[in-house]
Ligand binder design. Structure first.
Ligand code: RBF
Length: 160
């Protein structure tokens, strides 16, 4: 599935379980929306391409990546989803905020993933530069949103 550049966005549809009948949640952070919305749109396109109905894709927006954990937990509790994709993009600035947000969000999502009823898909970009974010959201390294959608379908099928 992966290329030499680790561009997992180039996948073989035959390797992916059908999304027919699946309901997939997507939580998107609005910080760095140029990148997070590109990931969201890539995830939606890939889900549709693999049989998920448009009515069965539930998208919720949150202010920033730190809010992904709460909203992901909320969706699992309140929406009838088979998996949730959590999408955010943190770009390093001048203060240590980058480390705290990345660590807190990652730990929160990881904890949720061990306890939650359905799988949580980690779509948090942690970038040193805007270029790194651009490269991974439709640029030369593909679109991590596409990869999150593939991961969601594969994980939703774990219990089959
Ligand atoms: N949220 C992001 O999703 N990406 C960022 O790069 C980002 N940088 C932030 C930098 C600072 C200094 C602060 C205070 C917040 C930042 N946030 C960022 C927002 C954060 O995830 C959260 O939405 C807010 O802190 C409100 O809880």
């Amino acid at each position: 599935m992966a290329t030499a550049l680790h561009n997992l966005s180039q996948y073989n549809p035959a390797d992916i379980p059908s999304g027919k009948g699946r309901t997939i949640g997507i939580v998107v952070a609005d910080w760095n929306d140029r990148y997070t919305y590109a990931m969201r749109d890539g995830a939606i396109r890939t889900l549709l391409d693999n049989g998920v109905s448009a009515d069965d894709i539930i998208v919720r927006h949150v202010p920033g990546s730190f809010e992904l954990v709460y909203a992901t937990a909320w969706m699992i509790e309140n929406d009838e989803v088979d998996a949730v994709i959590s999408i955010g993009c943190v770009i390093r600035g001048d203060t240590p905020h980058f480390d705290y947000i990345c660590q807190g969000t990652t730990q929160g999502l990881a904890e949720l993933n061990t306890k939650a009823r359905v799988p949580v898909i980690y779509g948090l970009l942690t970038c040193n530069t805007e270029q790194q974010a651009a490269d991974r959201t439709g640029g030369k390294l593909g679109n991590k949103g596409d990869e999150c959608a593939v991961a969601a379908l594969r994980m939703a099928a774990i219990a089959d």
